[in-house]
Design a protein around this ligand. Structure first.
Ligand code: HEC
Length: 142
């Protein structure tokens, strides 16, 4: 599952890299403004407040779309226009009249502050209990 997502992200990145070439180099964004824009544009509704839940994680995926600001910008702008080439159209396009290039870079800077903080399975007591009881011999009637 994760592997197919990675492959798909790589394929989409290849598509968007072509368009990203047309986008001028962007100044680094401001994560404080980006946070507000992330809320205002309802990114959190589909990606979670920390980018760790919802439609697609924005952290911990090694996605080329998130690794490069120009690819990120091209993704926001062009995916709707080129939707037939992309398996999913469930994320809205955000054109420049909705989010300026500068604002997009602010959002990008904010997304880059996300840290994957989900605990390890062994650190969740309930999972540890399930794991150990799954390894125990079956005792009928108990
Ligand atoms: C209505 C739900 C929805 C909203 C709102 C939304 N997204 Fe998405 N987003 C998605 C879905 C679904 C995908 C996966 C798209 C696909 O696979 O084609 C996605 C993918 C992404 C990706 C690529 C992730 C990857 O590495 O594959 C980025 C980056 C992203 N969204 C950023 C944003 C930002 C920034 C906003 C707000 C400006 C936003 N999204 C708002 C649903 C949404």
């Amino acid at each position: 599952m994760i592997q197919s997502q990675t492959l798909r992200a790589a394929a989409m990145a290849a598509v968007f890299a072509a368009f990203a070439g047309a986008v001028a180099a962007q100044p680094p964004g401001d994560p404080v403004r980006g946070k507000q824009l992330y809320y205002n544009n309802t990114c959190y509704g589909c990606h979670g407040f920390q980018g760790q839940t919802g439609a697609r994680n924005l952290v911990g995926t090694n996605s080329p779309i998130i690794a490069d600001p120009k690819t990120f910008l091209a993704f926001l702008r062009d995916r709707g226009s080129y939707a037939p080439m992309i398996p999913s159209t469930s994320m809205p396009t955000f054109p420049a009249i909705a989010i300026s290039d500068r604002q997009a870079m602010d959002i990008y800077a904010y997304i880059k502050t996300f840290k994957l903080d989900s605990p390890d399975v062994k650190d969740i007591p309930l999972f540890a209990k399930i794991q150990s009881s799954a390894g125990a011999p079956y005792k009928p009637g108990k």
